[in-house]
Design a protein around this ligand. Structure first.
Ligand code: PBG
Length: 323
């Protein structure tokens, strides 16, 4: 045998020398859930180790992440039911929980990267990402709400706006309203290929944002489709996106790779709530080694081609020195 691939695996030093993919703190984005109140920190039942924070505790959490070198955050609000309505007006009301949280984090930690979510579902009495009329999700009418939301978030200091709604044309629409309002420097991380996935369940528990009827299949993508992701990617790129995201991550590594091979833009991937829950449940039962499983998951998402990973594991991997 001339070739013996095992020679390059024979010692830890050589294994590290030939390692192709690394995960660093700079690649990680930590999603954080926010609730109203003071000194609140309530665990999400289906996501052990993940909490909903009131703004005071959110600032403490951000500080402890910053000290670990984790500096990018994606914020999501849990809105009480009586503030929800058909048009998600709470999403752009000045002094809303979410807008205050963005402002406070950016004021305290100007060097942090705050990514904000644009979608109606946390504020919608229908629990959908768009305006509902006769059981249909209206596309173009929804864009107006998304535009107001994006501008309100930019005004509070958001660094990156991340539309997670999957309405057609939203990236271009948001880019325009941001520019018209002087926010030419605010980036857009588009949820380009967001699938209608079973793996969002724990997130909807965290935010109490599950759809009140039906499902999201008329706007989120069919898990069976790969080529369709290229259509979405082409549109988002043409409409001015700065990042293209694939979501979920683990069942869609092929889609991450496909986008990576077809765009010059950085590709992000969202290692979603259900992926986190699944791993934690197996670890709790003693069925998996946590450190090895978590680092393998993150490394494989990077190997597939993601530059940035949104993951609930972000803090624990740094706290435990797993990278
Ligand atoms: C909704 C949104 C969802 C997630 C992020 N934004 C859920 C959904 O589409 O219902 C899921 C994230 C996760 O599961 O971790 N705009």
């Amino acid at each position: 045998m001339l070739q013996r691939p095992r020679r390059n695996r024979k010692s830890e030093v050589i294994r590290q020398m030939v390692q192709e993919t690394h995960v660093t703190a700079a690649n990680l984005i930590f999603p954080l859930f926010i609730i109203e109140g003071n000194n609140q920190k309530t665990e999400v039942a289906s996501m052990p180790g993940i909490y909903r924070y009131s703004i005071d505790n959110l600032l403490r959490e951000v500080e402890s992440c910053m000290n670990l070198g984790l500096k990018s955050f994606d914020l999501f609000p849990n809105i009480s039911e009586e503030l929800k309505d058909k048009y998600a007006t709470e999403s752009h009301r000045e002094e809303s929980l979410y807008l205050r949280a963005i402002r406070d984090v950016k004021q305290r930690f100007p060097e942090a990267c705050v990514i904000t979510d644009v979608a109606m579902d946390p504020y919608s009495s229908d629990g959908h990402d768009g305006i509902v009329e006769n059981g249909q999700i209206l596309n173009d009418e929804t864009l107006e709400v998304l535009g107001k939301m994006a501008v309100a978030q930019a005004r509070m200091g958001a660094d990156i706006i991340a539309p997670s709604d999957m309405m057609d044309g939203r990236v271009g629409y948001i880019r325009n309203v941001l520019d018209d309002n002087g926010f030419t420097n605010v980036s857009i991380m588009s949820y380009t290929a967001k699938y209608a996935s079973a793996f969002y369940g724990p997130f909807r528990d965290a935010l109490n944002s599950a759809p009140k009827f039906g499902d999201k299949k008329t706007y989120q993508m069919n898990p069976a489709n790969q080529r369709e992701a290229l259509i979405e990617a082409g549109l988002d790129e043409a409409e001015g996106a700065d990042f293209l995201m694939v979501k979920p991550a683990l069942s869609y590594l092929d889609v991450i790779k496909l986008l990576k091979d077809n765009t010059e833009l950085p590709v992000a991937a969202y290692n979603v709530s259900g992926e986190y829950a699944m791993l934690k449940a197996a670890v709790e039962r003693g069925w998996l080694n946590e450190q090895r499983a978590v680092t393998e998951v993150l490394t494989s998402i990077r190997r597939a081609g993601a530059t940035a990973i949104l993951t609930y594991h972000a803090k624990e991997v740094l706290e435990n020195g797993w990278l």
